[in-house]
Ligand binder design. Structure first.
Ligand code: TEU
Length: 544
């Protein structure tokens, strides 16, 4: 059987609001994306995951959709979108749309009708319950953005359910008519020629809220099987499900043989770096051993069946170089090391916009400076649980979603060349130094490293298909692994610390041959003890 194209391709995520603004209103747009397609073609990526561009009141920056087939006017028109699809295709790049169907916007016509009363034909598209015995919410379930997951609707005297903001009512997946409407919508987009879907919080669609079950609920895999039958079967597309609760045990049910998804986004490496008590809202020193375990466990679990996605960052997470690297003096070298570590594992790598030029977190001086709905919703919760204002601010600065959402830094012009107007979220002040034009001009820059890695994946099947064996899993500073395919061995060794480290390469990783990639000096031999410079990463290809 021919390999699916998405195993060799590298993905690039665009958060349209912050990518490129063509019309000067301070918000990124589709015309802006089209203007930057050559940057992406040059990087060599195979598909774009486009965060939502649908019509939306933007309570959660587009993850609250009011019309699944229309483009948000602030981002452009359907004609602009069709042009993007065609221009990307002409460069060999597919467009993967964001499918946000755990919930819609409360301004979707379905919800507008549903809230008119219990007789509305769309009432059952959402989850309504009578008040609890005390007149309060039906149960204790909480929203991910803080506060109860139930909001009262005075007109009908019932509560509706929302796992996110109150402007994001959850859709009722128990209703076959709702499911049919979603299948129809997905088929409509595929017929337009999109390359796939990234599925927002897909592990939540099988929920059973009456029994307090939200993630991986009893109906989840039935719904995915129906999606496979009604939409995906026979289509040569990529599907990636965002699944915070997926585990190595459940992974095959999402993306094993015959399952609906090509792969999932799982977050074990992300949550490994969170505070045990306050989660992402309290800064926590990251632990390399736990971080590696997050990846290695999944590499092992999906060795035979299924496929991994590989990512450091996305629009909900901090910038990779700030979280896992060193965004001070080692910014460029550590960003390159992280790229090498990630891209030579087994799976499909996702590059988040700006990662390819080593963009860093922004420091927000005050809580009020954050834009994100999650920060403002979670503060009262965390305060009630005993977290101080200073600690919360430090946590939000370390892990908050706005870090990834500051505008793309294209060049040293005002607002980093992102917009001629005033950006919706301020550009990181380091843009005169950290920007695409400067980085791309540097043969030892971050972009050059990413471009090389994307190209190597196409020329070296061992990177795509080779078996994976982690090495030195308990080492606190070294990340190392071995890949093998058809008599070839590829060993990657990286020092993820700012100190020099002497490391004895275990026998099962020993290799000499050709230096495939390095962020410092070329090496052709990884046998015995090697002395690694700070943040040095190197991969050697040879025979065992
Ligand atoms: O994110 C899912 C999600 O659960 C995150 O909000 C996550 O909980 C949080 O960042 C961790 O504290 C998806 C989208 O990626 C996100 O942008 C949306 O806000 C959310 O779903 C709702 O659609």
């Amino acid at each position: 059987m021919r390999d699916p194209w998405w195993k060799t391709a590298v993905a690039y995520q665009i958060y349209p609001r912050s990518f490129a603004d063509a019309d000067g209103d301070g918000l990124g747009d589709i015309a802006g994306i089209i203007g930057k397609l050559d940057h992406l073609a040059d990087l060599g990526i195979g598909f774009i995951w486009l965060s939502p561009v649908y019509r939306s009141p933007m309570a959660d920056n587009g993850y609250d959709i009011s019309d699944y087939r229309e483009i948000a006017p602030e981002f452009g028109t359907t004609a602009d979108f069709d042009r993007l699809l065609a221009e990307a295709k002409a460069r060999g790049i597919g467009i993967v749309m964001d499918l946000v169907v755990n919930h819609s916007s409360d301004e979707h016509s379905w919800f507008q009708s549903a809230r008119e009363g219990r007789d509305s034909p769309f009432r059952d598209y959402y989850i309504w319950r009578d008040p609890g015995p005390d007149g309060g919410p039906p149960n204790e379930l909480q929203s991910f953005f803080g506060g109860p997951a139930w909001s009262f609707d005075a007109r009908s005297g019932q509560y509706y359910f929302h796992l996110f903001d109150r402007k994001q009512p959850d859709l009722n997946w128990e209703n076959p008519a709702l499911r049919a409407a979603i299948w129809e919508m997905m088929n409509w987009w595929f017929d337009k020629g999109i390359a796939g879907f990234r599925m927002d919080v897909i592990d939540l669609i099988g929920k059973d809220p009456d029994n307090g079950i939200t993630a991986e609920g009893p109906k989840l895999f039935d719904h995915l099987a129906e999606m496979q039958r009604e939409v995906l079967a026979g289509r040569d597309v990529v599907t990636v499900g965002e699944a915070w609760s997926a585990s190595p045990d459940t992974a095959p049910r999402y993306c094993g043989d015959g399952a609906a998804l090509s792969m999932v986004f799982q977050f074990s490496h992300v949550t490994a770096g969170w505070d045990p008590e306050f989660g992402k809202w309290k800064d926590h020193k990251s632990d390399l051993v736990a971080l590696k375990r997050g990846f290695n466990d999944w590499q092992r679990a999906l060795a035979g069946e299924g496929w991994n996605s590989l990512f450091w960052s996305n629009h909900d997470l901090p910038r990779a170089v700030s979280k896992y690297g060193d965004d001070g003096i080692w910014r460029v070298r550590s960003a390159r090391a992280l790229a090498i570590v990630l891209h030579l594992m087994k799976g499909t790598p996702y590059i988040y916009q700006g990662e390819e030029i080593g963009m860093t977190n922004t420091r927000f001086a005050r809580r009020e400076d954050f834009n994100d709905v999650e920060v403002h919703g979670q503060w009262p919760e965390m305060q009630a649980r005993g977290l101080s204002a200073d600690d919360f601010l430090a946590g939000a600065n370390a892990n908050g979603r706005d870090n990834a959402r500051t505008p793309m830094q294209w060049d040293a012009r005002a607002h980093a060349g992102f917009s001629t107007g005033t950006p919706w979220l301020a550009v990181n002040p380091n843009y005169p130094r950290v920007n695409a034009a400067a980085d791309r001009a540097d043969p030892d820059g971050v972009f050059a490293q990413y471009r090389q890695l994307v190209a190597l994946r196409k020329s070296h099947p061992i990177i795509v298909h080779g078996s994976f064996v982690p090495l030195a899993e308990d080492h606190p500073a070294i990340w190392a692994y071995r890949r093998e395919l058809e008599g070839q061995r590829l060993t990657m060794v990286a020092n993820l610390s700012g100190d020099p480290v002497r490391f004895a390469v275990p026998g099962q990783g020993a290799v000499s041959g050709q230096c495939l990639v390095t962020n410092t000096e070329a090496r052709t031999d990884l046998t015995g003890e090697v002395a690694l410079a700070p943040w040095e990463a190197v991969a050697v290809l040879g025979t065992p």
